[in-house]
Structures are given as C-alpha cells and as structure tokens.
Ligand binder design. Structure first.
Ligand code: NAD
Length: 261
C-alpha cells in the first residue's frame, strides 16, 4: 500500500502540490482510525480525495493517521449523540467547504448466541440501533445539501448478517438489515442528485473480529475464497461503488462466496 512507507508518502507529496490539493473532492469516513474505515480512508486519499478521519475515542491515533495521509484531517465525535453527529458534519464542511462522499462505516457489534434471547437486552438493542442505523440516517440528513451540490454519493458499510439469518447477534443482524433497507429507500428519495449504496462484508480481519475464532475457521474451510476479507478488499468494493456513477440502491455482498455454500 502506497502510504505504508515514507517513500510512498514523499512520492504522493511530490505529485500533489497545495493547489492540486485544493481541487480534490472531499470524503468523510466514520470510524476510520482502524479496520475497514482506515483502509477506505487510505484508498480514498490514494485515489485523489481529501478525507475526514473520524472516531469516537482514539484522537491521538486519528491525528497521526491524518498527518501521515497528508490530505486528511481528524475529527472526534460520539455518533450515539445527535448533537455530535451534527457537529461532525458541520466541522467537516468547515474544513474544506464541500462534501462529495460519505462513508457510514462506524458500527457496533459483539457476540451473543442467537439462542440466548435474554442476553439480547433492550439496552443492547437500543445501543446498536442508535449507532448502526439512526446515526447513518442523520449523518446523511445533515450532509444532504452538500452532497446534492456535488452530485455526491453515500456508501453504508452493512454486513452479510443483514442479508442472511447469520451474524454476531440477532440485534446486530437486524440493525444491518435495517441499514440495507434504508439504503434502498434513500437511493429512491435522494435520486438523481445523490447515489446511496452499501457494501455488505462477510468476515473481515479487523480489531472487531480478532477473537472470532469460529467465524475465522468457517471462512477458511467453507468459503469458496478460503479466507476472510482483508480491509483492503472491502475498500476496493467501496471505491467501486463510489466511482460507478450509474449504480444506486445496491447492496454489494462481499463475503468470499460463503453465501453460495
Ligand atoms: P472497528 O472496530 O475497527 O471499527 C468500528 C469503528 O466504529 C471504530 O472506529 C469505532 O470507534 C466506531 N464506533 C463504534 N461506536 C461508535 C460511536 N458511538 N461513535 C463513533 N464511532 C463509533 O471494526 P470494523 O470491523 O472495521 O467495522 C467497521 C464496520 O464494518 C462496522 O460497521 C461493522 O459492523 C462492519 N462490518 C465488519 C465486519 C468484520 O468482519 N470486521 C463484517 C461485516 C461488517
């Protein structure tokens, strides 16, 4: 990956003068200090975007990543709070005055056996719904005018668990199914100015899944591609949707073919 060594960063600095930078389109990627979000942010910068890096907590990591990527800035915000969602979009627009792409990647999960109904408490349902569904909806609402002005687009990071009766927990899978349906509803209501799509990954090697050994075994033995996805695999799928100017309302399942078995 170009940005993972200082030579790559130098080359990138040489390629883009400050005035070139001012012409770059702008993307906001939520939850982008680790895992899928970080890979998407790196890919967007590599492909010519200025990027707002965001997380709930890891501010110093966020600042470091922004410095490394050159065409990036970091903003901290808790997406469980409506005021923070509004502030995140406002401060993103204050930085560069436009927004072309919103990637709703931040999400909450956690394993609860599907048969243990009482473990899926009301608090867990509400917490997951707030971050995985309500937050993306309100971020899109806050960004609507700016996205419309740029003929921009949204990519929601959903999950294969929102497509099939699988996943880390029933509340998690239900939030991702809701996110998929919201993606299609908004694709209709925001067209033709704003496209709205989703990527629905299967298992991806990220901090969130580092101890999900059963799922890792499943992907290595049963998925046709015989491995979980890397964050870069998912970033590639995101960029495909960002760049495909005729696609809207698509839920791109990216699970190494596991759904076929
Ligand atoms: P990750 O833990 O690296 O990233 C999750 C991000 O969400 C973190 O940056 C975290 O700060 C952010 N977040 C959580 N709650 C937040 C809140 N209240 N406010 C602000 N930010 C908050 O995990 P990841 O695996 O890269 O997950 C990224 C997305 O991909 C999630 O939406 C997840 O559901 C989805 N996904 C992951 C997998 C996988 O196997 N890793 C599979 C399918 C879908």
């Amino acid at each position: 990956m170009l940005f993972e060594n200082s030579r790559g960063i130098r080359k990138e600095r040489e390629r883009w003068t400050l005035s070139d930078g001012e012409n770059r389109p702008v993307a906001l990627v939520t939850g982008s200090t680790s895992g899928i979000g970080l890979a998407v942010a790196r890919r967007l910068v590599h492909d010519g975007y200025r990027v707002v890096i965001h997380s709930r907590n890891s501010a110093s990591a966020g600042q470091e990543i922004a410095k490394e990527l050159v065409f990036a800035r970091y903003i901290r915000a808790d997406l469980a709070q409506q005021k923070e969602r509004t502030r995140l979009v406002r401060e993103s627009l204050d930085l560069w005055g436009r927004l072309d792409v919103l990637v709703n990647n931040a999400g909450l999960s956690g394993i609860i056996p599907h048969s243990d109904l009482k473990a899926a408490t009301s608090e867990i349902w509400h917490e997951l719904y707030e971050v995985n569904v309500v937050a993306p909806f309100h971020l899109i609402a806050e960004a609507e005018a700016s996205l419309r002005a740029c003929s921009g687009n949204v990519v929601n990071i959903s999950s294969h668990a929102g497509v099939r009766p699988k996943g880390a927990s029933i509340p998690y899978a239900a939030t991702k199914a809701a996110l998929n349906h919201m993606t299609r509803l908004l694709a209709v209501s925001l067209a033709p100015d704003i496209r709205v799509n989703a990527v629905a990954p299967g298992l991806v090697d990220t901090p969130m899944t580092s101890d999900w050994t059963a799922a890792q075994d499943l992907w290595r033995t049963r998925a046709p591609m015989r491995r979980p996805a890397t964050p870069d695999d998912i970033a590639q799928a995101v960029m495909m949707l960002v760049e495909s100017t005729y696609l809207t309302g698509e839920i791109l399942l990216s699970d190494g073919g596991l759904n076929l078995t």
